[in-house]
Structure formats: structure tokens, C-alpha cells
Write a protein of this length. Sequence first.
Lengths: 222, 292
Amino acid sequence: MNIFDILGPVMVGPSSSHTAGAVRIGYIAHKLLQDELANAEIYLHGSFATTGAGHGTDRALIAGLLGMKPDDIRIPDSFQIAREQGVTFSFDTKNIKDAHPNTALLLLTGKSGRTLEVQAASIGGGRIMIQKLDGIDVNFSSEKPTLIVHNLDQPGHVAEVTSMLSHKSVNIATMQLYRDKRGGYAVMVLETDQPIPQEAIAWLAHLEGIIKVTYFNSEEEA
Amino acid sequence: MAYASLAEIIDYTKEHNILFWEAVLEDDMAERKVTKEASFHQMKATWDAIRHACSHYEPKRRSSSGLVGGQGAQMEEYCRARTPLCGSFVGKVMTQALKMGESNACMKRIVAAPTAGACGVLPAALVPYYEERKEDEARILEAMYVSAGIGQVIAVRASISGAAGGCQAEIGSASAMAAGALTYLEGGNAAQICHASAMALKNLLGLVCDPVAGLVEIPCVKRNVIGAVNALSAADMALAGIESRIPPDQVIDAMKEVGDKLDASLRETGMGGLAATPAGIEIMDKLHHKTR
Ligand code: SF4
């Protein structure tokens, strides 16, 4: 925890976990969708479900999905802004098994038809954990540059990614590997200490056996 | 790496012949790999955000439950109409604490310090001081380093979250941070800074987290007032030369122990204390009807 986690964050109230963290969940989900949002179907679990309305958790999630950050003073008006932009949304509560008390499940559809399912938790102090993408465990904080690679479950792809990163002098902070039983492919989630150059990501996306590459660096626009 | 104890900060200041705030600044530069200028720049931005929040209070605004708002203005009016028992400076401190707590509850932009619920304590100590004493802004920023350093040690040794340690960890920590900052501003040395924060924390030890309906409204807003006023009195005691008989780091450890022993119903669940009173339950029931 650095001193600006103590004196900070600058945020719209009332709660770092139920408001600021919720904005961040929406914000990161919107980055991950890589498309302009058309519709969001949102499910709240645990304490998000019981005290969410009073904390503005619902407005916070929508604000984030519209690209707002936790210090954006338009957060309280996000429903109105969404309507003006033609974004539709719905809320419901849902008991998600074994989930953190402050968890949201977001089913997103973009304007060009892309869909994404994000399960994320607000873990305190405005920090979050993205737990699942399209039902697959991912578990990353979104605080560092993050690379998510979906690839065919065959040998060699991990080496391709790691050697590309070392070639670009990008240090890997954390790395996780998951298997998607449904899709028959594997997912790599890497957090790095340095940002990854755009051309390296493009190169990766064109390799054989690589299905999808998602990259974001939330520091970038800070 | 953040300091693991207040004693460690004091040792460091002695070893390098620097002030408390400089020890915190150096640590920030090392931890985030930033220059002195960059660190100050961010502290200034934080201070600007605090002042912006202070000047943008809206007395007409109400929280989503409708129960919080307007009391800062009420207090201000009272202080204008007559001299408050606490005196006019403390009147300003109380007013500021209420205003900031309300702004937070009403979804306005604030600076968590160390949390959103306790966001009024430090501004209530620093902003009236800055305005009334015509203090140099640079010294206010230095005082903010002092408070951040104290908060960091509390976060490392104990907790700054109501869900983990009760309200003593939020309002109590904020009060300790503010007490240290004020002691520095008034010319206290590193040891006095630590004693002030220890006394502030001691005097709020055991404070439970019992928000009505689970919302950061009741009692949170008003607790910012006691956090700030308690900081003033702890700073005054330290400046008078009074010390905490229990060493400051041990006070923090005691806070952790008390927090660990607190029943879950008294740790932000909204199931105990004021939240579980008949009036508290009635408020919660009404809100549920409204949202369902
Ligand atoms: S009662 Fe709980 S939620 Fe309210 S300020 Fe204290 S710790 Fe925070």
C-alpha cells in the first residue's frame, strides 16, 4: 500500500468498495469488451445485492461501463447518461456460489455484436479482482498491464508469448494458465511490469493457434 | 517498502537527521520509483482535491436514503449565530467534518483518508488550520506526508478497514493521522507526532462499525466530527509534553487485537450496534421497501 492508497483514492462516495470498486469493475469490463456498449445485464451478489442500491453500486457499475473512472462526478447521473447514449441495462440479484461478498456478474453486448461475460469482485479500498471471463477463471487485479491470450490447447504457445515479452524487455509479474473445458482451448493471463508494445500484441494475434488476444493497461490513461 | 513501525520512522529520522515527513517522502520515492517533484506533485493534487471537495459542498443535497445532508450547513449557521461551546476554531473543524462526511454520503467527489467513510477527519483538521492560520501550503503538504506515514504503519500493523477492524480502524486511524499532522504543523518533533497519534487512537479504541442499513451514513458522518476533535485534543496533549504511556506501536497492535476480537456484527455488516436498534432496523426496512 503506497501513501496515495492511504491519502486516496480521489473518488465519488460513499464507499470505496461499493462505489469506487464498482465503477472500476464496470470500467475494466468495458475495456475488456473492446466494443461500444449496447446492453448490460447485471447481477449483484452478496453485500452488493443487499446494500448496493444505497451505495449507488448500480449507478457506479453503469458509469464504469460507460468509460467513467471512480473520480468522475457524473457517476450519480450515469443512468440518465446511458439512456441518452442508447445503452440499455437491467439489474437483478443472484446468489453466485463461492463468490466474494461484493461480486457482480456482467453480461455485456457491444454495438457491433460482441458479447462478454465478466465476473468481478470489489475487494476493498477501491481495488478489484476480475475473477472470470466468459465463465473461465482468470483472477487478475487490473492494476498492471494485463495480457489475456486464448489459444488452442497445444504445446508451444506459452513459449511464444514469454519469448516475445523477453524480446521486448517486458518483465512478467504474474502468469496464470487455465483450461476451458467447454471450448477446448487454453487461456493465459499475464500481468507485466512494463507496458507491452502494440505491434507485439498484433504480431501475437496473428500467430497460428492463437484465438484471441486481449490487452489493456489501465495506467495508460490515468 | 513501507515502514513496519512508528519507531522505525523515528530511528530513520535520527539516523539521517531528517524530519518525520521527509522520512515518509523518501520511502514514497523509493517505493514508487518517483522523483521528489513527482511525489510532491501528487500530494498537491490530493490536497487540491480535498479543497475542491470542501468548496463544493451542497447543503441541499441528500443521500440516497434521504437521511443525510444539510447538517454541515446547520452547524455553520449555528457557529455564525453564536460562539459554540468548543470555540470558533473547533466550530469550523466540526462544520468541515460534517460537510465532508455528507458529501461522501451524497455521492460527491472526496478523498478517502484513509477510507471514504472517514474522509472528513483529515480535511476538518487541515483546511480550517490552513485558512485560519494562513499557513503555507508547502507545510500543509508536509503535514500530509506525516499523516500518510502514520496511516501506512497502521495499515501494515493493524488495519484501516471497518470490515476488518471496526470503526476504530477507520475513524480511529484517520484521527491518529490528523493528530500527527497537526502536531507537526504546531512544531512538534517526531516523538511528539507519534505520541499524538497514539493518544488519538487510544481514545477511540474499541469503536465499533455499525452503519445503519449497511450504508456509510449513520453514524459515519457524525463520527468524522469526533475523529477530528479528538485529533485536536490529542495534538494539544502531545504538544504540552504529555506522552502515551503505552508506546505508540503497541497502541496500534492493541487496536488490531481489539478489532480481531470484535464480533462480526460490529464490523460493517450492519447487524449490530446502532444498526440493530429498533430505529436502525426501521430505517433499513423502509429502504428495502423503497428499492424492492
Ligand atoms: S461506522 Fe463503519 S462504515 Fe461508518 S465510518 Fe465507521 S468504519 Fe466506516
